[in-house]
Each structure stands twice: as structure tokens, then as C-alpha cells.
Design a protein around this ligand. Structure first.
Ligand SMILES: [Zn+2]
Length: 192
């Protein structure tokens, strides 16, 4: 229960983070946040407090929208590429997407250093690809197949939004609080 997620809004009611119940309670006890949505069916009790389980809290003195540094992960590569296959340019649902090594690992050592990024497992060498393009590319270099990248892959500086699954938003009653900077995804099946 103490690890359940809590949507965290800034003082302007813009979602900026997801913390857990434990953090949310500490912020409330310190008067740094107040609950704007609770689940009355559960009560958190200790020697000193008895409060309903928070689902959404608002920070009382924080107006900014922090820029989130982007963690390198398969999932974030797919988000960077806007769920669009970087070969055929079409958008797909999460289940139909894969992450492809532009220079395949099996060919990494055949490419001269100045013609490739420093690391094969990096923002610069991995792109979102649909299953069909990924299969077509196989273990070939770009020059060996007929596929072309629609744009050069680079490290994103930050993501301007929170990514929240619709399932989670429904389960914790967050939907009404989600704002322009939240990206709702239907399902997350790719391991981050
Ligand atoms: Zn494709």
C-alpha cells in the first residue's frame, strides 16, 4: 500500500511526477503538499496520524514543470521516435514495435570508428522499428538493404511530458487531472 503510486501536481495543478504513498504522506505531514484526491476506503494510521490514502497530491509551493532527463531505455527509444517506425515512417501500437540496432551488433566491428557512434547500444545506434521492417533489415547494414532512416537518431535532451498508461490512470482515478504535458499510452508491453 505504501508503495502505491500517487500522481503529483505542481501548485498550478499540472502533473509533474509520480511518487508513492509513503512520500506523499511525508509531504503532507510537512505541509509541503495537500491531497486533492483520496481513496476513502483505506486509511493510513500511525501513532500520530490517520489520513485517507492519497491518490493525487498537489505541491503547495512549487510552480515549475521540471524537465525530466531521459533515461536510456528501449521504451524511451520508442517514445523518442514517437512510436513511429524509423524505416517506413508509419506509427504503430506498442505491441507492434521493436527496437532495432542501425548497425547490427554482428557487424559492429566491420564499421570504421569514424563512421559509427561510440557505442552500439546507444541513442545514436538504436531506433524504433516495426516488426516487418526489422525483419526485412535483419543483420544488414543500411547500405546493404533498401531501408533508409527517416531521421538521424540522437539523444533527446529531455522529455516534455510524463508518460502514464491509461490502465494506471483509470485504476488510481487520475484521468481528470491529466494535463497537456501528460502522454497517455494504451499499453506498455516493452520492458523499460
Ligand atoms: Zn516499418
Amino acid at each position: 500500500m505504501l508503495n502505491s503510486p500517487v500522481l503529483t501536481l505542481n501548485s498550478g495543478m499540472v502533473p509533474i511526477d509520480i511518487c508513492n504513498v509513503k512520500d506523499a504522506i511525508i509531504l503532507q505531514v510537512l505541509n509541503k503538499a495537500e491531497a486533492v484526491k483520496v481513496d476513502d476506503t483505506f486509511t493510513i494510521r500511525s501513532q500520530y496520524i490517520s489520513i485517507p490514502l492519497p491518490r493525487v497530491i498537489m505541491l503547495l509551493n512549487f510552480h515549475k514543470i521540471p524537465k525530466k532527463h531521459v533515461v536510456y531505455s528501449r521504451l524511451n527509444i520508442i517514445y523518442r521516435d514517437d512510436m513511429r517506425c524509423q524505416y517506413c515512417g508509419k506509427r504503430y501500437s506498442m505491441n507492434d514495435l521493436t527496437v532495432d540496432h542501425v548497425i547490427p551488433l554482428s557487424k559492429w566491428n566491420t564499421v570504421l570508428p569514424y563512421k559509427k557512434p561510440e557505442n552500439p547500444n546507444s541513442w545514436e545506434n538504436q531506433v524504433c522499428a516495426c516488426k516487418s521492417c526489422n525483419a526485412q533489415k535483419g543483420n544488414m547494414l543500411l547500405k546493404e538493404c533498401r531501408l533508409k532512416l527517416i531521421k538521424k537518431p540522437v539523444e533527446p535532451k529531455y522529455m516534455p511530458y510524463l508518460v502514464i498508461s491509461r490502465d494506471k490512470a483509470n485504476r488510481y482515478g487520475w484521468l481528470e487531472f491529466l494535463n497537456y504535458n501528460v502522454r497517455i499510452v494504451e499499453a506498455i508491453s516493452v520492458e523499460a
